[in-house]
Design a protein around this ligand. Structure first.
Ligand code: PMP
Length: 316
């Protein structure tokens, strides 16, 4: 789909996957006008396919587009385009229990612009790929390191939207962490340097007794759709969920820590290293709370339990 600045997107068409052409002075290449989304399609036992809350991705893209001075597809256009793309790639949706089809919608300033300004033209496209587990650990606990020098977001910046540059900003710390054997990086706020923010591509939760705490949405972390869903699932399971400033020190006496995201689903954290000190959680890192929430969420996403929340969209 294409659209001019200030205009509306017209209906797009299916195209075979391949390279795309861009003007060297395209807004996305020069000034980072790019946003993406990520969602998954699961195959049910009866062969039908389930999408999980695609309208939430559409809304988040629209909010991000507003911040990045870009036009965005309407919620209907977005959801219809996702459905059409998934149905056209139905054969790539893995069988039940064997993974999912990852769906990547991309919005970019494709028009040429030399002086700093919003691009005159925008493109929206979607590509898909079958995927398995995100971390090489599979569903085993991951090991995080707290980063206290580099930050991924600043107040008033773009950390709260899914813009491409945020991901370039985390590559250095993430690569260094992986080279040392960690799974990923846990970021702190850049003002007080003591409150938890999020991991490079997922949100974080800290469990103490019956209370589950997660950093509040305040513009510097991504409002994860899995985060929002897990908060509802956890409350429905009788947990008390607090969205607030979570000091890094709370990691020291937490019962469990886990991450959430479309790609990582619910990943238990086995250990966190902070200023050279390593804290480990639970028996081999597998916490009962993360297990319980993982089980409810995945069974819902795969159509194995009743979708009382009305979160899934079924395609046949
Ligand atoms: N934080 C960041 C920085 C992310 O990239 C993601 C993945 N989209 C998340 C959190 C989790 O968001 P969601 O649950 O919507 O996938």
């Amino acid at each position: 789909m294409k659209c001019s600045q200030g205009g509306k997107f017209s209906k797009g068409e299916l195209q075979r996957f391949g390279n795309i052409e861009l003007n060297p002075s395209a807004g996305v290449l020069n000034y980072g006008q790019g946003l993406f989304e990520g969602l998954k399609a699961y195959r049910k036992e009866d062969g039908n396919i389930l999408l999980f809350r695609p309208e939430e991705n559409a809304l988040r893209m629209r909010q991000g587009a507003e911040r990045m001075c870009m036009p965005a597809p309407t919620v209907d256009q977005f959801v219809e385009a996702v459905k059409e793309t998934v149905l056209a790639n139905k054969r790539w949706v893995p069988p039940p229990g064997k993974g999912s089809l990852y769906i990547r919608p991309l919005l970019m300033g494709s028009g040429a612009v030399l002086g700093l300004a919003p691009a005159p033209e925008y493109s929206f496209l979607i590509y898909v790929s079958p995927v398995g587990n995100y971390f090489k650990e599979g569903v085993a606990p991951i090991n995080l390191i707290v980063e206290h020098e580099l930050h991924r977001a600043t107040p008033g910046g773009t950390g709260g939207v899914k813009t491409i540059g945020n991901y370039a900003a985390v590559l250095k710390a993430q690569s260094a962490a992986k080279a040392k054997g960690y799974s990923d990086v846990l970021y702190l706020d850049c003002v007080h340097k003591k409150y938890l923010e999020e991991v490079s591509s997922c949100n974080i939760f800290v469990v103490k007794g019956n209370v589950i705490s997660t950093p509040a949405i305040k513009g510097t972390i991504l409002p994860g759709i899995t985060r929002k869903s897990i908060i509802d699932v956890a409350r429905s399971q009788g947990f008390q969920v607090e969205e607030r400033f979570v000091p890094v020190d709370e990691l020291l006496d937490a019962d469990e820590v886990f991450c959430t995201g479309t790609a990582v689903v619910v990943s238990p954290v086995g250990s966190i290293t902070y200023k050279g000190k390593r804290v480990s959680y639970g028996v081999d890192g597998f916490g009962a709370v993360a297990q319980q929430l993982y089980s409810v969420l995945t069974r819902l996403q795969m159509g194995l339990i009743d979708d009382k929340m009305n979160w899934t969209v079924e395609l046949s």
